[in-house]
Design a protein around this ligand. Structure first.
Ligand SMILES: N[C@@H](CCC(=O)N[C@@H](CS)C(=O)NCC(=O)O)C(=O)O
Length: 229
């Protein structure tokens, strides 16, 4: 039996969705973030030393890293549906976007989140003035450029492709969903990038996405309550 070690409001939602798309039976072991630190509980370290979600177990296989898990599921259970044929341009695109999601798109979103958290922390008035100035400088000189050049790049791809890898929905779309959802919610990108917004809307409307949501519980990645780390 496949088990998903699932942390609330996290990337493990993607794995539940992948399993629903594949129509595979699975069980969920739930972990709750600490209310103050938003970190995963120490018990997750018993499953994998880093204690980060998602972790998937399948018989004697234990896997972490959402991209690796999605590829494992696609290679072992999804050949016909969610994985483009090996050796094709679509397969190369699949590999590219699978790595790009966590390797290139998530880092600037995470830095943005960390600076948002720093700004939101309680601090004396004079310290806040300095912090706000520092954050504004980092955003202007470094982060905005990084983030928006990535979002431009992704939006350009989706302007002439319906999906990320080839002519059909694939596991690459599942992997790309999380950073794009976060970008829509946290980087105020929805108005500036209508194609990204309509793409994310189309993913969220899929019946398997909705089933995974019901199985995983409330999932929120907006500025109010949800962490992206
Ligand atoms: N690149 C990893 C990131 C794993 C990760 O940072 N997971 C977050 C949840 S989205 C986590 O476990 N955060 C809680 C913690 O760091 O304690 C992946 O894609 O699986």
């Amino acid at each position: 039996m496949i088990t998903v070690h699932h942390l609330d409001n996290s990337r493990s939602q993607r794995i539940l969705w992948m399993l629903e798309e594949l129509g595979l039976p699975y069980e969920i072991v739930r972990y709750r973030r600490d209310a103050d630190t938003q970190l995963a509980p120490a018990s997750l370290k018993r499953v994998h030393p880093l204690g980060k979600a998602p972790v998937l177990t399948d018989g004697n296989v234990t896997m972490a890293e959402s991209g690796a898990i999605i590829d494992y599921l696609a290679q072992n259970y999804g050949r016909e549906s969610l994985l483009p044929a090996a050796g094709t341009p679509a397969y190369r695109d699949y590999v590219y976007w699978l790595h790009y999601a966590e390797g290139s798109l998530m880092p600037p979103l995470l830095v943005r989140y960390i600076f948002d958290q720093i700004q939101a922390a309680p601090m004396p008035f004079f310290v806040r003035l300095i912090v706000n100035r520092l954050v504004a400088q980092v955003n202007r000189r470094f982060l905005d450029n990084q983030l928006y050049s990535h979002l431009d790049f992704v939006a350009d791809h989706l302007a002439c492709h319906e999906w990320f890898a080839g002519p059909a929905f694939s596991a690459a779309d599942i992997q790309m969903s999380f950073p794009l959802e976060v970008a829509m919610a946290r980087a105020n990108a929805a108005d500036s990038y209508p194609r990204l917004k309509s793409y994310v809307d189309s993913l969220q409307a899929r019946p398997a996405y909705q089933k995974a949501l019901a199985a995983g519980g409330p999932y929120c990645y907006g500025p109010e309550s949800s962490p992206v780390d």
